[in-house]
Ligand binder design. Structure first.
Ligand SMILES: [Zn+2]
Length: 273
C-alpha cells in the first residue's frame, strides 16, 4: 500500500532537478513533456511511504516530511485511515536521511513514532548525518543545507536505540532486501521486494523526475556525489528492466508506481494506469 504524507511544491524545478543539463537540450526535452523552461514554476511532489505486510511483518518504507511544510505531516493519520496503527509497524526502513524521508521518525514529543519498530538504515548514511555532514559540494543555498542538517539532528538521534545499521546488501525481513544505491547521499538505499515471483523495486531518490530516466546523465542539485548517483541509477534501472519489476518512485506523480522500459541507452517511465 502507498500512503501519502503530503505534498511539497519545489520552486524552479528545471534548475534544481536538472542541474547539469545543457540549456538548449533541456528546453527541448521539457517541451516533449509539455513543460516550458521559463514558465515551469513549481513541481508538486508527493511524499509517499510504502507499507508492506509480509504475513509476518508490517514494514514501512520512509516516514514522510512532518515538520517541513504546512502541506506535510499526514502520514500517521493516513495510516490510521488505512487501518494501520503506528504500533503495528515492526520495521521502518529509512532509505536516506533527507527531511522528506525521516520527517515522521519521531512523534510530537521527540520520541520514536513507531515504538515497536526496528528502524533500518545504511550504516554510511547514519554515520554521515550523525557526524558533521559535509554538504559543501551541494549546489544549494545555505538555508537548504541548514534544513537538511537540522532535520537529521532532530530526527535521527531519538531512534538510536532502535536502529539497525546495514553495511551490505542483505535481507531485512524475508522477501525484502536492502540494495546499495549511494550517490544521492552517502548511504542512500533502494529496497527490493519479492513475493511469489513478482518484484517491486523501490528506488527512492535515485531519480526524482521521469526525465531522469530518459536522460541518464542528468542529475539534481540534491545529489551529493553526482557521478556515483548516476551509476547507482543505471544499476537500478537495469535491474528493474531485467526483473520486469514494478517500480516505486518516491517523487513521481502519486502513487509513484510504474514500469521502466528500455529504449537503447535511455529508459522511459510507464506509470500504472
Ligand atoms: Zn526525497
Amino acid at each position: 500500500m502507498v500512503v501519502n504524507d503530503g505534498t511539497f511544491a519545489y520552486p524552479h524545478p528545471a534548475e534544481i532537478f536538472f542541474a547539469n543539463a545543457p540549456k538548449e537540450r533541456l528546453e527541448q526535452v521539457l517541451g516533449e513533456h509539455n513543460l516550458d523552461l521559463r514558465q515551469w514554476e513549481h513541481y508538486v511532489s508527493p511524499y509517499p511511504s510504502l507499507v508492506i505486510y509480509t504475513g509476518q511483518h508490517r514494514v514501512l518504507v520512509d516516514t514522510g516530511a512532518d515538520g517541513m511544510a504546512p502541506t506535510t505531516g499526514n502520514l500517521i493519520e493516513n495510516l490510521q485511515a488505512g487501518g494501520i496503527r503506528p504500533e503495528d509497524i515492526d520495521v521502518v526502513i529509512v532509505t536516506h536521511g533527507h527531511p522528506d524521508h525521516i520527517g515522521g521518525n519521531i512523534d510530537s514529543e521527540g520520541k520514536p513514532a513507531f515504538k515497536n519498530a526496528r528502524y533500518v538504515m545504511w550504516k554510511d548514511e547514519w554515520d554521515f548525518w550523525m557526524s558533521k555532514p559535509d554538504l559543501s559540494q551541494m549546489q544549494v543555498d545555505e538555508q537548504i543545507k541548514q534544513l537538511l542538517v537540522t532535520f537529521a539532528r532532530n530526527n535521527l538521534p531519538p531512534i538510536e536505540g532502535q536502529v539497525d545499521l546495514v553495511e551490505q546488501e542483505s535481507e531485512i525481513v524475508p522477501g525484502i532486501n536492502a540494495v546499495s544505491a549511494p550517490g544521492h547521499t552517502p548511504g542512500h538505499m533502494a529496497v527490493a521486494i519479492s513475493s511469489e515471483g513478482e518484484n517491486l523495486l523501490c528506488f527512492s531518490d535515485a531519480a526524482i523526475h521521469p526525465i531522469h530516466l530518459e536522460q541518464p546523465d542528468w542529475y539534481s542539485v540534491f545529489d551529493l556525489a553526482p557521478e556515483q548517483a548516476l551509476a547507482s541509477k543505471r544499476r537500478l534501472m537495469e535491474r528493474a528492466v531485467i526483473e520486469g519489476a514494478l517500480v516505486f518512485a518516491f517523487h513521481f506523480s502519486f502513487p509513484g508506481l510504474g514500469h521502466i522500459v528500455q529504449r537503447g541507452e535511455e529508459w522511459q517511465w510507464r506509470p500504472l494506469s
